[in-house]
Design a protein around this ligand. Structure first.
Ligand code: PMP
Length: 420
């Protein structure tokens, strides 16, 4: 025991000299940074309230009608009349909530129906629904990879993937974002006999870039004992002939062992899932803690999800229009001189990269005042310490709205000096 601790623990030491205890002191720098920012008079980008939501693309914020360009409502299903009606019917028939775990009283016929809708949508043998996509990653990753196993993940992976790693006992190995070479190298250093789970994402949500899945699969196949999990949170609905995701579009369906996804984006409600053809998949319902030890989704939510998923199977026109919107916005913002997260439009996410927090917040606020809501993203959520205005398009944005959006970026960019 050091002299200092001996003194601190000495019962005769007066109480007032004990170091102040404040578990919040680690947040002091963040609190000070936010206070300084808000003292400049800007609005807080992280406390926006939608007073009214009129459609998938328009809401009222502080009395102003605002175009929404910062939601994950890619396919615009939130107000689909069939989806809304299914939710109302289930609420009437089954009540507001299940008040229990899936493995006890919390599996209603609606939970089985949404799992069947996923099986039909993905063409897999199995589907397991979680209460959020976050929990789906948490559960799948922590349960699949245990002590002595390895998880190999992209450095820019979503927080839920990282948290799934931390919840389990496997060794964690990161590779450089979207680098096939680095993935191959990292795998090459691991013991051949060890079991390995490689975790990839179809679309990376901060910059909106897409993974080179065929090349990555080929690199993984060079090494023994690897299974592949792909998170298609931002790919579902939009990519591939059936809207399954980037892994379908890039033709690697047979190589992927597990697909994780969410209902909180293209499906338009809340919930998460994993689909797979693994013959032992169903055992996960007994051993996956984020599945077992939480209440199941409300009946209205699973009913809206099932209806939405079945409609997304036939949404080719919406997919085509969303691609048109993405190409037009990417081209318009590039022509204005903004620096974007990708050189070409790769997904429904278009990230505008700004130099620092002050410029990002100024642009964000100028856009909001003009009637446009975008997501502000900052470290640690963003890669390489960047400040981003993340635009995510919806299949329900009209061509006219996209032109208005480009006009607002031109005005806000000039007013704030973000563009010349
Ligand atoms: N994975 C990725 C890649 C995500 O971006 C998100 C949410 N933004 C999730 C998982 C979690 O989804 P959910 O909102 O359903 O918890």
């Amino acid at each position: 025991m050091s002299e200092a601790t001996a003194t601190a623990n000495d019962a005769s030491t007066p109480a007032e000299v004990a170091a102040p205890r404040d578990l919040f002191s680690k947040f002091d720098a963040l609190i000070a940074e936010r206070e300084a920012l808000l003292a400049t008079g800007v609005r807080d980008p992280f406390s926006i309230v939608m007073d009214e939501v009129k459609s998938p693309t328009v809401a009222v914020i502080k009395g102003k009608e605002t175009i929404l360009l910062g939601t994950y409502n890619y396919m615009g299903m939130t107000f689909d009349p069939d989806v809304v009606q299914a939710g109302k019917d289930a609420l009437d028939a089954f009540g507001a909530g299940t008040t229990g775990s899936r493995v006890l009283n919390g599996t209603y016929q609606g939970h089985k129906e949404v799992e069947q809708a996923l099986i039909d949508f993905y063409g897999t043998e199995h589907a397991m629904v979680f209460s959020t996509g976050y929990q789906a990653n948490l559960g799948m990753i922590s349960t699949l990879a245990g002590k002595g196993d390895y998880i190999i993940l992209d450095a820019d992976s979503h927080a839920s993937i990282y948290d799934g790693c931390y919840l389990g006992n496997a060794e964690i190995v990161r590779f450089r974002h979207n680098s096939v070479e680095n993935l191959d190298k990292r795998l090459g250093r691991l013991p051949a006999e060890a079991q390995k789970l490689v975790v990839l994402e179809g679309v990376y949500s901060m910059l909106g870039d897409v993974a080179p899945l065929p090349e990555m699969v080929a690199a993984v196949r060079k090494h023994a004992n690897c299974m592949i999990l792909v998170d298609e949170a931002h790919g579902m609905g939009f990519f591939g002939p059936n809207g399954r995701g980037v892994y379908e579009e890039q033709g690697v369906e047979k190589d992927v062992d597990f697909v994780v996804g969410t209902f909180s984006k293209s499906v338009g409600t809340v919930g998460g899932f994993c689909v797979s053809n693994h013959p032992k998949f169903e055992v996960l319902r007994l051993v996956c803690r984020p599945y077992v030890f939480t209440a199941s989704l409300p009946p209205s939510v699973v009913a809206t999800a099932a209806t939405s998923i079945r409609k997304l199977m036939h949404a080719g026109d919406k997919r085509a229009h969303l691609w048109e919107n993405s190409r037009r916005l990417h081209g318009g913002l590039t022509d204005l001189g903004f620096t974007l997260g990708t050189k070409t439009p790769q997904s429904a996410i278009i990230a505008v990269i700004l130099t620092d927090q002050t410029q990002a917040v100024a642009m964000w606020q100028a856009l909001l005042e003009l009637g446009l809501y975008v997501n502000m993203a900052r470290p640690p959520a963003t890669p390489a310490g960047t400040f981003l205005l993340r635009c995510s398009l919806c299949a329900e944005h009209s061509a006219d709205q996209v032109e208005q959006i480009i006009g607002m970026f031109a005005a806000a960019g000039k007013a704030t000096g973000a563009i010349g």
